[in-house]
Design a protein around this ligand. Structure first.
Ligand code: GDP
Length: 305
């Protein structure tokens, strides 16, 4: 996993092994590595950030002969990446749902993202994960546009034995969301998981629709679901959704496939929002917590997970 990215960072470390590192050294290493980083789905602005912060951290410092420059460069790289992840904060979803439940109010989560990223499957995985924590949920079929969307989410919910709230196609998604919240209140359901539309073509209308759902339903948490294989497209989508919905957190799907790793770092850097979970397969149990420290260790030290 992450072979290319690991190789890029390892060449970077090797390229900076002098006892004193000059600005030209850092620039040379980055110009050599830029393509490999971009091909590993590290966004251009994240490459620039790494370049800048590494330059500031290393240039002009004299390293004691007894100290291992390679070690220093690796640790600096890790610190830079960890600070990207820690600046985005974290969200203890389970804790928050349980806290809100003490006031007998359901916790409302809106799932946002473009069709095909795995949003529907992720909602089903999420309901399954909540149940393992003793948390009940209801799923809202909020994509009232795409043919088959209501049936698709209903099928997942039926398999999991989770209640679905749906209306007809063409219905106002904000109204369906409100129905879901009312149902959860009346039946003491802990969490409301709202699916939303994700058509690409009419981006402005879609974003207006998302902004309206947010206003009406007032979700406690807005999760952007992105495809980790879609590289720069995922970053662009995240930016657009952030502008209109100001989402709080991210789930990256398809991290089991040919996942290069760069999108995880980049999406957090660009949005300053944390990744909560990774989708790692098509089954309902294939949702794992994202661990930034493990991720960084893996790509800089080359540890396998
Ligand atoms: P939506 O259009 O965003 O709701 O996407 P779906 O939930 O229908 O998922 C699209 C396809 O991606 C389906 O075939 C899913 O099984 C698959 N998928 C979703 N999440 C993952 C994942 O984490 N790993 C893999 N390998 N496939 C996934």
């Amino acid at each position: 996993m992450f072979d290319r990215l690991k190789k890029a960072f390892s060449s970077m470390v090797k390229g900076l092994s002098e006892k004193e590192i000059s600005e030209a050294d850092v620039d040379r290493v980055f110009s050599e590595m830029e393509l490999a980083l971009l091909e590993s789905d590290v966004a251009q602005e994240t490459v620039a950030h790494l370049h800048d912060t590494l330059r500031k951290a290393l240039v002009g410092k004299r390293f004691d002969k007894s100290r291992d420059t390679e070690r220093i460069v690796k640790d600096t790289l890790k610190d830079i990446m960890l600070s990207i992840f820690s600046s985005a904060g974290s969200v203890d979803v389970i804790g928050r749902i349980k806290d809100k439940g003490k006031g007998k109010e359901p916790y409302i989560i809106l799932f946002l993202g473009i069709n095909g990223t795995g949003k529907t499957t992720t909602i089903a995985k999420f309901a399954n994960m909540l149940r393992k924590h003793g948390i009940s949920s209801v799923i809202v079929a909020g994509d009232t546009h795409r043919a088959g969307a209501i049936e698709q989410i209903t099928e997942h919910a039926n398999r999991l034995g989770v209640k679905v709230i749906a209306q007809r196609y063409g219905a106002d998604p904000a109204a369906v969301g409100r129905d879901g919240v009312l149902y959860a209140r009346a039946h003491r359901v802990d969490a409301v998981l709202i699916d939303t539309a994700g058509r690409m073509q009419t981006s402005k209308n879609l974003m207006d629709e998302m902004a309206k759902i947010v206003r009406v339903v007032k979700p406690d948490l807005k999760i952007f679901v992105g495809d980790s294989l879609a590289g720069n497209d995922t970053i662009m989508q995240a930016k657009e959704f952030q502008r209109y919905t100001d989402f709080n957190a991210i789930i990256l799907t398809k991290s089991d496939s040919d996942y290069k790793g760069g999108s995880a770092l980049s999406i957090v850097h660009v949005t300053n929002r944390p990744i909560l979970y990774l989708g790692v397969g098509q089954g309902y149990d294939d949702l794992v917590e994202f661990n930034a420290r493990e991720f960084v260790e893996q790509i800089v030290e080359g540890n396998s997970m």
